[in-house]
Design a protein around this ligand. Structure first.
Ligand SMILES: Nc1ncnc2c1ncn2[C@@H]1O[C@H](COP(=O)(O)OP(=O)(O)OP(=O)(O)O)[C@@H](O)[C@H]1O
Ligand SMILES: C[C@@](O)(CCOP(=O)(O)OP(=O)(O)O)CC(=O)O
Length: 414
């Protein structure tokens, strides 16, 4: 640290959710500005279960920008971090430090270095949109620290987009559209909220984490390789209607079709990209069989750039039935405690009437699998399940204890 007056550290902490696309973004028309070839729609996941928490700090004593991700220092030299930091510095305003009354001037932000510490409460780079939560959170936290006010609605989403395309949808809660926009500079390629998180309260989300290992093909390179035309475009308007009218049947049909078309596009890429694996396909089979047997969709599934299934149940009752089916077909390995197998909202587990591994053993086969020969039930095939809900957008964490950076050293808190 420098002399007396130069010892201050100012910081803010924010949390931002992950999101899951129900109309996928896949392909860019501008790689640098991250402008998509089609608009996309997503559901925001409950930050309680899937979010990034980020502290950003500034001090005249900091010698360079630094980033700690999940406890380890990583490079902040990447162009995506640099672009977000540059755009936020350009919009910084005069900020008064509450405790001392000291004013950080607008122009001071250009020379002040930033320390960033972030943690995800779910696996990083496993196809659960950690980059979306991470960049949305970084931009939101910097806006708080630097006193950035949006000049037009969605301006911050356009900056988060520079970090990772799907990140622009993670600033808002509920149901969100990323409008592809037309402008060359990307100013109209922003996210807008279609409906708040309270709009469709019945929906329950269960995620089957099939593998939390890092994936082989990143979304960025995967979509570069994919075909440049999108047959998915026509679904957008119908999806918006289904969400606004809470029409689960339509929502489910479009969600599953969009996911399947996205993975068909991946397979149609040369060389083909495989994100789904055998377990993913079994999960699709489980849902399709049940929906067919019930005569109308009970559950919808979607898969991003990885093998994990994100399933939407039309209400809590159906979610409990889905959980029973998942536990029946994908039991945990013998040594796994139920609380380590089912994460998130425990009330679904209670509704399913499952309290122990013994309860799983006594689950009977659902009617729709009767007569299916060789239905494999391999313990441990699914890593774990996350029960969650439609969630709210980014927010500030007010309590000092939430800060991930030490206020004295300005480094990652031990
Ligand atoms: N909390 C975070 N703060 C800042 N950056 C993050 C954070 N979490 C993830 N990232 C960045 O995102 C990268 C992971 O992105 P990647 O697209 O590979 O995986 P993913 O987002 O989990 O999956 P997908 O986008 O396909 O659903 C990390 O290597 C890191 O650079
Ligand atoms: C399959 C997807 O999850 C792809 C997400 O891609 P990213 O937003 O991770 O890609 P970059 O913009 O290159 O960072 C679909 C979606 O979220 O819409």
């Amino acid at each position: 640290m420098g002399n007396e007056e130069e010892t201050w550290v100012v910081m803010k902490t924010a949390r931002a959710p992950s999101n899951i696309a129900v109309i996928k973004y896949w392909g860019k028309r501008d790689e640098k500005l991250i402008l998509p070839i089609n608009s996309s729609i997503s559901v925001t996941l409950d930050p309680e279960h899937l979010s990034a928490t980020t502290t950003v700090a500034a001090s005249p004593a900091f010698e360079k920008d630094r980033l700690w991700l999940n406890g380890k220092e990583v490079s902040v030299e990447g162009v995506r971090y640099k672009n977000c930091l540059r755009e936020m510095r350009a919009r910084a305003t005069d900020v008064v430090i509450e405790s001392s009354g000291k004013v950080i001037r607008k122009e001071d932000w250009n020379s002040l270095h930033i320390h960033i510490a972030s943690e995800n409460n779910f696996p990083t780079a496993a196809g659960l949109a950690s980059s979306a939560a991470g960049f949305a959170c970084l931009v939101y936290a910097l806006a708080q620290l630097m006193g950035v006010q949006e000049k037009y609605e969605g301006e911050l989403t356009a900056i988060a987009r520079l970090g990772s395309g799907s990140a622009c949808r993670s600033l808002y809660g509920g149901f969100v559209e990323w409008k592809m926009g037309q402008e060359i500079d990307g100013t109209d390629s922003i996210a807008v909220q279609l409906a708040e998180e309270s709009h469709w309260k019945d929906l329950v989300i269960i995620i089957a984490v099939v593998s939390s290992r890092q994936k082989e093909t990143s979304s960025t390179s995967g979509m570069q390789e994919s075909v440049k035309t999108s047959p998915l475009l026509k679904y957008r308007a119908e999806m918006e209607k289904a969400i606004k009218s809470m029409n689960f049947t339509e929502f489910a049909k479009i969600t599953c079709a969009d996911s399947n078309q996205f993975h068909a596009t991946c397979l149609d890429t040369s060389p083909p990209i495989f994100y789904l694996n055998d377990t993913s396909r079994k999960l699709i089979g489980l849902v399709e069989r049940w929906n067919r047997h019930a005569g109308e969709p009970q559950v919808a599934y979607t898969f991003d750039a990885g093998p994990n299934a994100v399933m939407f149940a039309k209400n809590k009752e159906v979610a409990a039935q889905l959980l029973q089916r998942l536990l029946y077909q994908f039991p945990p390995s013998a040594d796994t405690d139920i609380s380590r197998y089912v994460h998130g909202d425990q009330s679904i587990l209670e509704s399913a009437g499952v309290n122990s591994l013994k309860d799983i053993d006594s689950l009977s086969a659902p009617a729709e699998v009767a007569g299916i020969p060789n239905l494999q039930r391999i313990p441990g095939e699914v890593d774990y399940l996350i029960c969650t809900n439609v969630g709210k957008g980014a927010y500030v964490l007010g309590e000092q204890g939430a800060n991930l950076i030490d206020p004295v050293s300005g480094l990652l808190k031990k």
